[in-house]
Design a protein around this ligand. Structure first.
Ligand SMILES: C[S@@+](CC[C@H](N)C(=O)[O-])C[C@H]1O[C@@H](n2cnc3c(N)ncnc32)[C@H](O)[C@@H]1O
Length: 375
């Protein structure tokens, strides 16, 4: 990786979060080159990529949230880590009741993935969703009516102005660069990445005072030699998400544990998960730029910003939002249309398999769903 080599030549070593930032999002990083989720040709399978059922359940949730907020005329859904837009596509295909009010903002950091969003979604210009100048000041003219949606726009970053609606993200936080600290006999070291010849190697240096104090608070009983992540970027992202939502909620789906201390007693190469070509990848310093590098999310670090109002596993969340009735509906459609064998019949039949994958207790079903209701 040229960008990594160049930085290491300049700086000698990088903090682990800087390393992750470069190998995922640098000029020739994993996501910058278009790596990511997908059924065929993807590197891993996420819930939206299993099929449209996940999006259909999310659409039900969005409707419930729209109703809770009093059916606002403009209901903004900001989807962070939108990838190539699979979740948005499924939400729209489910034809939610809030469709006319819906302004769906896809936020994706990778320009290559962003460019693919227009392949299946009709994208409007951002001003249509964010502060459209609807009122023309020409004396006594009536304000123009709010145009019917749904509208979809694409941005590289979360919009700056507060909205009424929902910020939602599937598997974003695990992908935000994180630091790694290692417990020593009398304190904490920080993991840095350096190069010996053409091989990347670990370098441990004493952690700065603030990081060591933070690590002590998170995992006071961590045994010497154990490692923990400091997920400061995830925390900053969450704070920014709260700023975006004036009224509404933040909903996050991810692999997560309740407490950082749980990670300290596991091998770090287990909770630092790497992915490539539809499987787990190699050690985190191998194949730089050719594999995804992620961490299990520690909910206690997020809860320090604000405790989530909902914290349940994905299987329970999907059931409470009606996945079983959607599967039953699919079964009935299949029975009626099996003879026809058209796309609608096949889609209906696939709901059973999709539901099994999404609620699998040893897979996606064990993911955590965190909700914060604002204000
Ligand atoms: C594991 S993928 C998940 C994609 C999609 N949500 C899904 O479930 O299929 C993580 C995505 O987050 C994107 N990403 C990382 N940091 C981001 C940020 N700060 N804002 C928006 N997207 C980001 C990556 O480029 C990548 O596409």
């Amino acid at each position: 990786m040229d960008a990594l080599d160049e930085r290491l030549d300049r700086q000698g070593s990088l903090r682990f979060d800087e390393y992750v930032d470069l190998v995922l999002y640098g000029a020739d990083g994993f996501y910058s080159r278009g790596g990511g989720a997908g059924r065929s040709g993807g590197d891993f399978l996420t819930s939206p990529e299993v099929g449209p059922l996940f999006g259909a359940v999310v659409a039900r949730h969005l409707d419930a949230e729209w109703v809770r907020l009093g059916r606002p005329e403009e209901f903004v859904v900001v989807e962070a880590a939108a990838g190539r837009g699979a979740l948005a596509l499924a939400v729209l295909a489910a034809e939610p009741a809030c469709a006319a009010a819906l302004r769906y903002v896809l936020v994706e950091r990778s320009p290559v993935l962003r460019a693919r969003q227009g392949e299946h979604l009709s994208l409007a210009e951002p001003f249509v969703v964010l502060g459209a100048p609807r009122e023309v000041d020409d004396g006594d003219a009536d304000p123009l009516p709010v145009p019917d949606g749904p509208f979809v726009v694409s941005l590289p970053e979360v919009p700056a102005e507060p909205v009424t609606g929902v910020v939602i993200a599937n598997e974003l936080l695990d992908n935000l660069p994180f630091r790694i600290l290692e417990r020593t006999q009398d304190g904490w070291d920080e993991l840095r990445v350096a190069r010996r010849g053409s091989t990347l190697v670990e370098l441990l240096v004493p952690a700065d005072e603030a990081a060591a104090a933070h690590a002590d608070a998170l995992a006071p009983s961590a045994p010497p030699g154990s490692r923990i992540p400091l997920q400061e970027r995830a925390v900053s992202w969450l704070r920014a998400a709260f700023e975006v939502v004036d009224r509404g909620s933040v909903v996050l789906f991810d692999y997560a544990v309740s407490a950082t201390a749980e990670l300290a007693v596991r091998p770090w190469t287990e909770w630092v998960r790497t992915y490539a070509e539809h499987g787990r990848g190699g050690p985190p310093l191998d194949r730089a730029g050719d594999q995804d590098v992620t961490t299990e999310v520690a909910v206690d670090q997020l809860a320090a910003v604000r405790r989530p109002d909902v914290d349940v596993d994905q299987a329970d969340w999907l059931r409470s939002r009606g996945i079983d009735s959607l599967v039953d509906e699919g079964r009935r459609t299949w029975e009626e249309r099996a003879g026809v064998g058209d796309l609608a019949a096949l889609r209906a039949r696939s709901r059973v398999a999709e539901s099994e994958a999404l609620t699998d207790p040893s897979g996606l079903g064990a993911f955590r769903v965190l909700e914060w209701h604002l204000p």
